[in-house]
Design a binder for this molecule. Structure first.
Ligand SMILES: *Cc1c(COP(=O)(O)O)cnc(C)c1O
Length: 322
């Protein structure tokens, strides 16, 4: 009874199987190295104790959260939808736009979740490459795709700004391409690393009713444990996302955690300057190693290539103590 696409698919796992969970620092999911400060954790637990009614469903409208997010982003609450991680929003986008009728476009290498979620829904994924030197999207290939009569037709283009895993921002030529994509194709700009790069395309949303910006609390806001993501878009797109999501998608404690993080964002985002300095230090230290090719990054990680990655992993594991 299981669909053949699902039988063929391997369940998502962030860390390769042979790597143990304890004793090593996993860097491959790009979480913050810092937790919430203890005083905020205690405040959250106090809120849980005093205000959370465990017998009641969470607020399914996310009203308070949308208001606070609107203030942070500089848009109205009706421009925001909140998801159980941006992963849920990606899936909602695919259901609302493509299910049974359309395909998506991604530029590899990029965040794997667009392709994985599309596959689980039977949605075809068209993939174009990137320039191996600066990871700019292959414009000729995108042009070819958009003028060909692909079936099912292209409904969504996914880009990441800055890209994961390569850490580069969209360049002017790529943004110009996004601006001229026809309004019957959705453009999703994933800004999961916005707080580290300081670059956002949110200010262009009013001119582009087909654009959606995705953000998350999993990185700079140190809340990966709570699964909070949000989408910013025109109200008609937001309405569609609200229709397809599950009714109580965000646990009460997670909503409280996100509200608390937004309220104390000055404190939490204070650490970003330090991260940027550390990113520079790590980049410079790697750059002088002959066996490593490393690229500048606008995110909270550094992308590098080595001749034989498996060797390096084995060597690092042999140095780990668990
Ligand atoms: C980490 C990351 C996310 C975050 O996803 P959540 O489901 O919100 O944790 C989204 N997009 C990209 C490109 C990422 O790297």
């Amino acid at each position: 009874m299981i669909r053949s696409e699902i039988l063929q698919l391997k369940a998502y796992s962030s860390h390769p199987g042979e790597i143990p969970n304890g004793g090593v620092d996993h860097l491959d999911t790009n979480e913050s190295a810092l937790q919430l400060p203890l005083e905020l954790k205690q405040k959250l637990m106090w809120l849980y104790q005093e205000h959370v009614e465990t017998n009641r469903y969470p607020d399914g409208t996310h009203a308070e959260l949308k208001k606070a997010l609107g203030e942070y982003v500089g848009v109205l609450p009706q421009n925001i939808s909140v998801g159980n991680g941006s992963d849920e929003l990606i899936r909602s986008i695919l259901i609302a736009t493509c299910l049974g009728v359309g395909s998506i476009l991604v530029a590899e290498p990029t965040f794997s979740m667009y392709g994985i979620l599309a596959q689980t829904l039977g949605i075809p994924v068209f993939s174009v490459g990137r320039n191996p030197h600066n990871f700019a999207i292959d414009m000729a290939a995108t042009q070819e795709l958009s003028t060909s009569n692909e079936k099912p037709p292209l409904k969504v283009v996914f880009v990441v700004h800055p890209n994961s895993p390569t850490g580069n921002l969209l360049q002017e030529e790529e943004v110009a391409w996004l601006r001229q994509i026809p309004e019957n194709i959705m453009v999703v700009i994933d800004e999961a690393y916005y707080e580290f790069s300081g670059h956002s395309l949110v200010s262009e949303l009013p001119q582009h009713p087909n654009w959606v910006i995705l953000r998350t609390f999993s990185k700079a806001f140190r809340l990966a444990a709570h699964r909070m993501g949000y989408a910013v878009a025109a109200p008609n797109i937001i309405d569609a996302l609200e229709k397809v999501r599950l009714p109580y998608n965000l646990p009460t404690l997670s909503q409280q955690a996100a509200l608390l993080a937004l309220k104390h964002r000055d404190l939490l985002l204070n650490s970003i300057e330090q991260l940027q300095q550390e990113r520079k230090r790590v980049y410079q230290a790697l750059e002088i190693l002959p066996i490593v090719k490393v690229w500048p990054s606008q995110a909270n990680f550094v992308y590098l290539q080595v001749q034989n990655p498996q060797d390096l992993v084995t060597q690092l594991l042999n140095k780990a103590h668990w």
